[in-house]
Design a protein around this ligand. Structure first.
Ligand SMILES: C[S@@+](CC[C@H](N)C(=O)[O-])C[C@H]1O[C@@H](n2cnc3c(N)ncnc32)[C@H](O)[C@@H]1O
Length: 296
């Protein structure tokens, strides 16, 4: 079990995310989404697939105008901007990357959304106070939280969510029988320090232990294998441009890391699960009787 102190997490996140926004811009889609996309068709391009992912999440969260959203681990602000523009909500995002926070707030200003959205450089553990939100999204952060802190993470979300709220956790999970191996040690050492994706059963148990009711679980493993393969292709196409922002060794390290990740998803060593949860209560949860509305 890794330590995941505040200081170590700050260091790990800066190591991974504060390389250069321009470098990330050379392989991510134009909206700078850095998690699994959602390919409605085999041939869908990455930008559309990322927008489809945001739509999928927004629909699962049943976003409605004037609702408040907390996006934990909000990256460069892509879901926040999408949700504010298309659903008229207000949003608060936190990230542990300064470069991401600056980028997200610049983007929010360019879109004229300053009255609706704010991104802060803040550890999720420092979300204290009385504020509660109608919706909480956590897209790609749970793999950074670490086994040691999972209970604290889910308790925090339980406190931050209103009683009739919805919480969506979108994150990488390792297979239950997963064991460290030379490939994963290399990724931890060079690219993703202290990454610790919890198994699905761990996520579900933690949610149950924290008085959440699990509503839906969806596996997007095939989508993530494809997303990583798309990122590799984009990096390769932009090799020269990448070298204006990082050195050759970093460039090659990233190609290898993303290619390995694609294979790990393909082989079923890792998965991507979206889990929708509500607070456990005596009345029924605030979701419709069927899931037809998501696909309408
Ligand atoms: C894989 S990125 C996903 C970004 C974004 N949600 C997206 O979909 O593009 C993970 C995010 O989690 C954030 N993160 C990791 N550990 C964190 C912590 N302790 N507190 C706040 N944010 C954290 C990182 O800064 C980063 O923004």
């Amino acid at each position: 079990m890794l330590r995941h102190t505040r200081a170590r997490d700050r260091h790990s996140i800066a190591h991974h995310y504060d390389i250069s926004n321009d470098f990330y811009g050379l392989f991510l889609d134009p909206n700078m989404a850095y998690t699994c996309a959602y390919f409605l068709e085999e041939e869908t391009d990455l930008e559309r697939a990322q927008l489809a992912k945001f739509e999928h999440i927004a629909r699962k969260l049943r976003l409605k105008p004037y609702q408040s959203l907390l996006d934990i681990g909000c990256g460069w602000g892509s879901f926040i901007v999408h949700a504010c523009k298309h659903y008229g909500i207000t949003a608060h995002g936190v990230t542990l990357s300064r470069q991401q926070a600056n980028y997200a707030n610049d983007w929010i200003r360019r879109e004229g959304l300053e009255d609706q959205a704010l991104v802060e450089y803040r550890d999720y553990r420092d979300l204290v106070g009385e504020a509660q939100y109608d919706r909480v999204s956590a897209i790609g952060i749970v793999e950074h939280v670490g086994y040691r802190n999972l209970a604290r993470y889910f308790h925090g979300i339980q406190r931050l969510l209103k009683d009739n709220g919805l919480f969506l956790n979108h994150g990488i999970s390792r297979a239950r029988e997963w064991r460290p191996n030379p490939g994963s040690d290399w990724i931890s050492d060079k690219v993703f320090p202290e990454g610790e994706p919890p198994s699905l059963s761990t996520v579900i148990t933690q949610l149950e232990d924290t008085a959440f009711e699990v509503q839906d679980v969806e596996d997007l493993r095939a989508h993530y294998a494809k997303t990583c393969a798309e990122w590799v292709k984009r990096l390769q196409r932009n090799h020269e441009a990448c070298l204006r922002h990082v050195d050759e060794q970093t460039y090659r390290t990233w190609i290898l890391y993303l290619a390995m990740s694609s294979i790990y998803f393909e082989e079923g060593q890792i998965f991507l699960y979206q889990v929708l949860a509500t607070k456990r209560m005596e009345r029924f949860a605030p979701v419709p009787l069927t899931r037809e509305d998501i696909y309408a």
